[in-house]
Design a protein around this ligand. Structure first.
Ligand SMILES: Cc1cc2nc3c(=O)[nH]c(=O)nc-3n(C[C@H](O)[C@H](O)[C@H](O)COP(=O)(O)OP(=O)(O)OC[C@H]3O[C@@H](n4cnc5c(N)ncnc54)[C@H](O)[C@@H]3O)c2cc1C
Length: 448
């Protein structure tokens, strides 16, 4: 098991060179790229996946590992229900222990307002026949024993799952490679070659790949790549800090979140912890460009973000990050192989403090790691999954807005059919690219 978090120092598992041509080229080796590749490979389509750094080194290994239906946007729910089936099957098929367990997800409520929000979701849950239920204060205390304080109640979904992201996504990539997907790490896609409005190839730092079909699954980098090709999406990224404890006695087998702390049992017996509350947004040119689109989300959750005047150099929305480059010149993608933000020290301290406060009976809580990730967010907190009308042959699946791990294999299946022109089986209109330009009102889904 390589050292976590993954970085540029992580050994390359999939060296190049890329092939000269491929039916489909996938840009980005996170959970979305990897699972799409798997579904395409099942249809014997030749797939090349280029990853500028290492497989899963950005969000897809750094997340909390929650696979939840609970609290989802109503239009995402059918896809995440499908994803849960795929997770089980892929866990079997890959033949590795990815830590997949059905141990439930629970949200804790301190106020009546919060409970009222949960009640709204109960209607969505009932419409989709999922096992979400509300708990009163006593039932909440019975579900998660030993909490030092009482809660008004909770919302819980016993069928929700967890997995170990930094194990799972690389394991799925190995499965994809066994099925014939050509994966190339340390290989940034610089630009698309477009002829008469159609994709005809991808220029990578390691050469040209002829193709008529490209998926952009670049996470926090997608908007920068698209902008270079004249396509604007209002995607921003926010820094989110997490930590892992040394093994502890089991206090709860599943995942749970209150306003000050989120925790999830890990396969190694520890807990992955994260602070409740806000994320840190670096203000760059895109943040100003798209500010008005974020107003509805800001009004719905005014304390959801804190701000910092500038991103570190080389970040997707950095002030000095180049917006233009040629196929021959170094692109911002290869300049930053792995987006590896430092965890916020104050957040790590509050994580530890709040977890101890909630479970004072645990004698010693020792953190063995802390890290951060840049979450790629959209103004309405749901992704873009669509064909780009202006560039025939280009599909985009990005902006998973902090909940793309759990839904990943569902999106992967959907996108593989979108690429093939097959029936999708779900209504994707909520995720269309044009929603930000066709005069539609921004309708924020549940907050991150
Ligand atoms: C701290 C944290 C906690 C989270 N918790 C959860 C959770 O519990 N449950 C959940 O469902 N989701 C969670 N998420 C969100 C989830 O991790 C993401 O939504 C998901 O991993 C996004 O996957 P992706 O494949 O779209 O993007 P990424 O995993 O970011 O992958 C994109 C990849 O594209 C590569 N790339 C970009 N541009 C190029 C280029 N030009 N050429 C080549 N490669 C390129 C990048 O290097 C990167 O590896 C969390 C995220 C964070 C950061």
């Amino acid at each position: 098991m390589p050292k976590f978090p993954f970085s540029e120092a992580t050994p390359i598992q999939y060296p190049g060179p890329p092939p000269k041509s491929s039916d489909v080229v996938i840009i980005g080796g996170g959970v979305i790229g990897v699972t799409t590749a798997l579904f395409l490979a099942r249809r014997n389509i030749s797939v090349t996946m280029v990853e500028k750094g290492r497989i899963a080194a950005e969000q897809s290994s750094r997340n909390w590992g929650w696979i939840r239906k609970q609290g989802r946007d109503a239009d995402e729910l059918p896809i995440v229900i499908e994803a849960s089936r795929h997770w089980r099957q892929l866990a079997e098929e890959c033949g590795e222990d990815i830590g997949l367990q059905q141990t439930g997800v629970t949200y804790l409520a301190s106020t009546d307002d919060k409970m009222a929000g949960f009640e709204k979701f109960m209607k969505v849950a009932a419409a989709h026949k999922i096992d979400t239920r509300l708990l009163n204060a006593r039932e909440t205390a019975d579900l998660i024993k030993g909490m030092s304080r009482s809660f008004k109640g909770a919302m819980t979904t016993p069928s929700d799952m967890r997995a170990e992201p930094w194990v799972a996504v690389p394991a799925l990539a190995r499965l994809a490679a066994r099925k014939g997907v050509k994966i190339v790490e340390n290989c940034a896609a610089r630009t698309l070659e477009i002829s008469a409005g159609r994709v005809s190839g991808v220029w990578t730092e390691a050469g040209y790949i002829e193709t008529s079909s490209v998926l952009l699954a670049g996470g926090a980098w997608s908007s920068l790549f698209l902008r270079r090709h004249g396509v604007s999406i209002p995607q921003l990224s926010v820094r989110s800090t997490a930590a892992a404890t040394e093994p502890l006695p089991e206090i709860h087998a599943g995942a749970a979140a209150g306003e000050h702390i989120a925790f999830r049992r890990r396969q190694d017996g520890g807990y992955t912890l994260a602070p409740g509350g806000s994320h840190l947004l670096y203000l760059g040119p895109d943040a100003f460009r798209h500010a008005t689109k974020y107003l509805p989300a800001l009004m719905a959750d005014p304390f959801g973000s804190r701000y910092s005047p500038a991103a570190p150099a080389g970040y997707p929305d950095g002030w000095s990050t180049p917006r233009q480059w040629t196929p021959e010149s170094q692109s911002p993608f290869e300049r930053m192989r792995v987006l590896d933000p430092a965890p916020e020290r104050s957040r790590v301290r509050s994580i530890e403090r709040n977890f101890r406060r909630l479970f004072p009976q645990i004698e010693s809580v020792r953190l063995k790691a802390s890290w951060a990730g840049m979450i790629d967010a959209m103004p309405d907190v749901v992704p873009v999954v669509d064909r780009v009308q202006a560039i025939i042959g280009l599909v985009v699946a990005t902006g998973m807005s902090g909940h793309g791990f759990g839904i990943g294999p569902g999106i992967g299946r959907v996108v593989s059919d979108l690429i093939q022109g097959n029936e999708i089986g779900h209504d994707l209109s909520r995720f269309r690219l044009s929603r930000f330009s066709d005069g539609s009102a921004i309708r924020p889904g549940p907050a991150l």
